[in-house]
Design a protein around this ligand. Sequence first.
Ligand code: ZN
Length: 198
Amino acid sequence: MTETSMVELIPVVDLGGRPLSPCSPEKAQQNLEDGLATMERGILRLNYRPLGYRHVHRLVRRRDGLICAWCHQPGSTLEHVLPICWGGRTSLDNCVIACRSCNHSRNNALPSLFVSWTGMRPTHPVVLKILKHEAHALQTAEQSLKNRPLSSCISKEEAQIWVAYHQGDIERIRPNAPNPPFSRYRPQADPFMQVFVP
Ligand SMILES: [Zn+2]
């Protein structure tokens, strides 16, 4: 008899029952422990709808083209103007296209902070609107996080933030919360090189 070393994968479906890529038993267990999924007759059912994320990315690409909303260079990543960890949704009124460099260097910083670091002058209406009313957008996002169900999340990251928020554990996930404010950042000569100082 030969011993098989194949790991048996667990079938995965989203909240609407649509099949996703299967996952390892360890990953399934982690999802269950994190409250992101339930197990039903050997099938892992996610408590959120990750396929919605791709849909929004497609719509934003179609609307904006492949141009970074911050630096106006070519880009293709989906950028949440109000970051997900602040309650920002994956939606047309909170997402734009960004290049990898802007996306990564901003990390979870609020848009006003990123603009003050870099001196960039974004012209995208979605960015301008959120910049102009950032405090209000933050309040609205927090209210939304509080009131909407886990099933409204359309990415794993959003679902993780939702769970953390409802467990009162959000600060762990927001390492660069500007509260206490931006003194946590050490200014460097190159604004892109600014780092979070714990
Ligand atoms: Zn850019």
